[in-house]
Design a protein around this ligand. Structure first.
Ligand code: KG4
Ligand code: ZN
Length: 351
């Protein structure tokens, strides 16, 4: 059994290079995030090769800044944690290599963490540990999943998306509406100007007991609302109109109606999962970039009140990819002396 911890976390699974120092799994001493949004914007999405090169160029500086801001040096650290799965393999390898080099040179333990599970830990940072069992919802650019959480590290997957992740749907709808990448926060902002009842977009429920998500039908309905129903001929597909034919108000109405349907779909499944639990959940853990969404936060707040769950919505800096959630979750393995070997590898999948 290891007592207190001061863990350096490293996150590089997608397009943020991040490092953080966290004390005892809760107290965030520093949280440095170098976003690559500017590098990927012109491509409308993350380009894996550009992402891994940028991680390599930035990782040393990001780690140094995390140590400086935490007012500590490497000798103070008790372990090095890194997101080693799932994600873009070239990106993950940069963080894993940096973490191994640090752990080996300092002679301290290395801990590999599941990035998606860490998102569900974000609501504990700077506050207190939630009570378990908890229902977990991950809503990010790569994942939309529901979990039964028996402890921070012991999670059972209840359902996940059968097509797009909710953040991916936000980003694609953002692109359809002519917004820059990533579209999620921009659709959220535009939706505030619109009428959410202007379009009756489909809220995917799947079969009555399903805890899976689907966003592709909603995405197609939004495309048709913007461009009209397409006509397919031998010459190809033609649409009735262009995005530029829509007024600003019409675009905002589409954003608001999309947001209503997307958030309803998430909340309906979360409610189903809460009501289907054999042992009632005590907490509702939420994580991933879309947990920054204003409407989803409001809807989950009422769901938690209705179902009497202690809601753990992360603070905004911990919603998107960050390394504090990695260092925080790793603490729970460190206290059990559950460490990884220096042979730790990165994996694009969850295992
Ligand atoms: O968790 P995250 O940083 O990366 C992944 O692990 O995927 O999530 C990024 C996603 C993007 O799809 C982004 O558009 C979305 O989170 N996002 C939002 C908002 N802020 C970020 N989606 C809706 N509303 C927001 N306010
Ligand atoms: Zn993420």
């Amino acid at each position: 059994m290891t007592a207190g911890s001061l863990i350096l976390g490293i996150e590089s699974s997608c397009d943020e290079t991040a490092a953080s120092v966290v004390k005892d799994g809760i107290h965030v001493r520093s949280n440095i995030i170098a976003s690559q949004e500017d590098l990927h914007r012109e491509y409308g999405g993350v380009v894996p090769e550009i992402a891994s090169r940028a991680h390599s160029a930035r990782i040393t500086q990001v780690v140094q800044r995390a140590l400086d801001e935490a007012n500590c040096n490497t000798q103070d650290l008790t372990a090095i944690a890194v997101a080693n799965r799932p994600g873009l393999i070239g990106s993950l390898l940069v963080g894993v290599s940096a973490a191994k080099a640090l752990a080996w040179s300092l002679g301290i333990p290395l801990i590999g963490v599941n990035h998606v599970h860490a998102h569900l830990y974000a609501g504990a940072l700077d506050t207190t540990m939630p009570e378990f069992p908890a229902l977990g919802i991950v809503v990010s650019g790569g994942h939309s999943s529901l979990y039964a959480c028996h402890s921070p590290l012991d999670l059972t997957l209840l359902g996940s998306t059968i097509d797009d992740a909710v953040g991916e749907a936000y980003d694609k709808v953002g692109a359809m509406l002519g917004l820059d990448y990533p579209g999620g926060p921009r659709v959220d902002a535009l939706a505030r100007e619109g009428d959410e009842h202007a379009h009756d977009f489909p809220v995917s429920r799947l079969s009555p007991a399903s805890l899976d998500f689907s966003f592709s039908g909603l995405k197609t309905a939004v495309l048709y609302a913007i461009r009209g129903v397409p006509e397919r001929t031998n010459e190809g597909t033609t649409f009735e109109r262009e995005l530029s034919d829509l007024t600003d108000q019409q675009r905002a109405d589409i954003a608001a109606s999309f947001q209503r349907a997307a958030c309803r779909a998430v909340v309906i499944k979360a409610q189903r999962a809460a009501q289907a639990a054999a042992t009632p959940y005590k907490s509702l853990l939420v994580g991933g970039g879309v947990s920054a969404n204003s409407r989803l936060r409001a809807e989950l707040t009422s769901l938690a009140a209705d179902e009497q769950l202690d809601l753990r919505l992360p603070k905004l800096p911990y919603c998107l990819d960050n390394a504090a959630m990695i260092a925080g979750l790793a603490h729970h393995r460190h206290t059990k002396s559950d460490h990884d070997q220096l042979t730790l590898n990165a994996s694009p999948r969850a295992v």
